[in-house]
Design a binder for this molecule. Sequence first.
Ligand SMILES: Nc1ncnc2c1ncn2[C@@H]1O[C@H](COP(=O)(O)OP(=O)(O)OP(=O)(O)O)[C@@H](O)[C@H]1O
Ligand SMILES: [Mg+2]
Length: 360
Amino acid sequence: MIEELYLRNFRNYGEARLSFSSGINLFCGENGQGKTNLLEAIYLLGMLSSFRKAEAASMVKKGEETFCISGDFTGDGAYKLLLEKGPRGWEKISANGSLYRKKLDYLGKIRIVVFSPDEIELIQGSPEGRRRYIDRTCFNTSHHYLKQLKNYRRVLKQRNILLKKGIFRGEEFGTWTERLALAGAKIVKERAALIEKLNQKLSEGHPFLGTDSIKLRYVGTCTGDEMDVSQGLLDKLTSSSHVERCRRTTVSGPHRDDIEISVNGTVAKAFSSRGEMRSVLLALKTAETALYDDIWGESPLILLDDVASELDIGRRSALISFLREKGNQVLMTTTEAENIPLFGNKEDTLFRVSEGKIIH
Ligand SMILES: Nc1ncnc2c1ncn2[C@@H]1O[C@H](COP(=O)(O)OP(=O)(O)OP(=O)(O)O)[C@@H](O)[C@H]1O
Ligand SMILES: [Mg+2]
């Protein structure tokens, strides 16, 4: 749970300090006032990246040189996290007063599930976004995953360097191909296991979906256990050698895999209604939340950006009741407070956001 947040020169905020309540924290304001910026700051503090495809350098307030974000979190461990971004990169990444040089060592202290309008890309967009989503979720469930992913990327890069040079046979190339198959199989194994767990959660039903059933499917070059995948990848890499010679890059492996999201047996990409897509995504995000609850014994922080705008009142009410029942701390934004049926619960707080200022 986040208790306090301090911002200095972050996007349109000069200086802001605020305390959160344990229930639903609703940030209300007109367009362009800083609602999403606030959620972005919290996400950045936990994950060192934005959910908006933005570079940290662009987040420094116009005319300033550095920004600072710090926050107090309680829960499994109590953390005081602090970030300072300067003109030449991160100047300070610290938790409880200790400085971190490696981002990887800092990450994973808190878990955040975010829902933003851009998330629709997860359904409509390219496989890359879905791979990024599944990789982030894998990391949030087991932190060693990022090391495996980095290793895979390193091996892939080496193999691609050889292909670029026109080297596609020989001992060195064979070694990198074998390494790629082994490293790739580990990635596929983790991703497939995660998808199975998410499917389990999704099958438990969701209030905003009615009787619809959602299923994820890993669409990969190879399936099976780690050994099978590794052998399968090796075979595939060997058999696609002629294509690799032409394209001078590795054409198969987890970096090309996809995740299919289907509703009642139909691939969700084909859906026409944005409201329905949002509901599917909300179900996916709540499945993710439930998974973290199981694994870490602690609810993640939930950030909902502008979630109400494309949901009808029935779905909005169902969502609020659902979150309330689970007892998660939620930070949500809206342009109209009336859109969110909170019913005056005492664990909730309403904030007004106006021109980079937050008023309780
Ligand atoms: N680096 C920056 N320095 C100063 N202002 C910035 C910076 N980056 C973004 N902004 C400003 O922040 C504002 C947008 O804030 P934000 O996206 O949080 O709005 P919002 O309240 O979520 O609006 P909406 O309801 O439209 O989603 C814009 O006015 C933008 O110009
Ligand atoms: Mg916004």
